[in-house]
Design a protein around this ligand. Sequence first.
Ligand SMILES: Nc1ncnc2c1ncn2[C@@H]1O[C@H](COP(=O)(O)OP(=O)(O)O)[C@@H](O)[C@H]1O
Ligand SMILES: [Mg+2]
Length: 266
Amino acid sequence: MVESSLADTAQPADGAALVTVRRLVKTFGKTRALDDISMQVYAGETFGLIGPNGSGKTTLIRTLLGIAAPTSGEALLLGQRMPNRAVSSQVGYMSQASVLYSDLSVRENLAFFGALYGMRGKRLAQRIAETLSLVDLADRRGVPVSALSGGMRQRVSLAAALIHQPRVLFLDEPTVGIDPELRLEFWDYFARLNQQGVTILVSTHTLEEATRCHRLALLRFGKLIALDTPAALLAASGQQDFDHAFLYYARRDESDPSPAARMAQP
Ligand SMILES: Nc1ncnc2c1ncn2[C@@H]1O[C@H](COP(=O)(O)OP(=O)(O)O)[C@@H](O)[C@H]1O
Ligand SMILES: [Mg+2]
């Protein structure tokens, strides 16, 4: 169910496109980090960006957030070209690098990020309590981040990305480097958030996480090589698992004679 405070914002009906990417190209010198990508992410989805290191996942997220500018094509978030301050307040971002202050306590970190969004007083205190409870860290609120395990820090980073109650959450490889048990816990948090109405765009290079997403975009050398539900991607590939399905789509892409396909080859 959608929480009342989420519904307060002008939320499009379920199924509206929150992310629209049209013919997006991003080059760094001779590297085509994003090579003619078109896709949409709809309200209520958990959408996975799947691809090996260097396939363009972070660049796509950064372009959507307006941190990087497209070379050509367009990337729209909530119907707006980013950066856009009105949209930023509705978007949460957990980047690959830690943004936490290690000498501040868990609570102080969350208060800091809340303050960046203009939150204070009761609302801030309430959101700190809610996000800490979501990531099961209420009992660590007074502990400096430097004293936490890596997994706990990841959980604080997730809480920080959620402090302002975003409608859309971007998670860039949130489970990289954490143990399998915590990875499952993270996906349970994501499922809980999704049930609360948060649209999630999550990147991973771990194919076993693919089945937790409603739809997947498979990226390779900056190209979108397939996009569909996990079940449909498996079925159309005729493979038993995602590792083999990914290979199937990669080979199919390599034999694609289009100029874009040839340019993407190293
Ligand atoms: N700021 C940058 N300057 C130069 N090359 C970059 C930059 N950011 C990314 N790239 C290149 O773009 C490609 C895609 O990178 P990235 O989006 O980080 O992939 P992923 O997140 O899937 O690992 C890689 O070849 C990477 O080296
Ligand atoms: Mg990355």
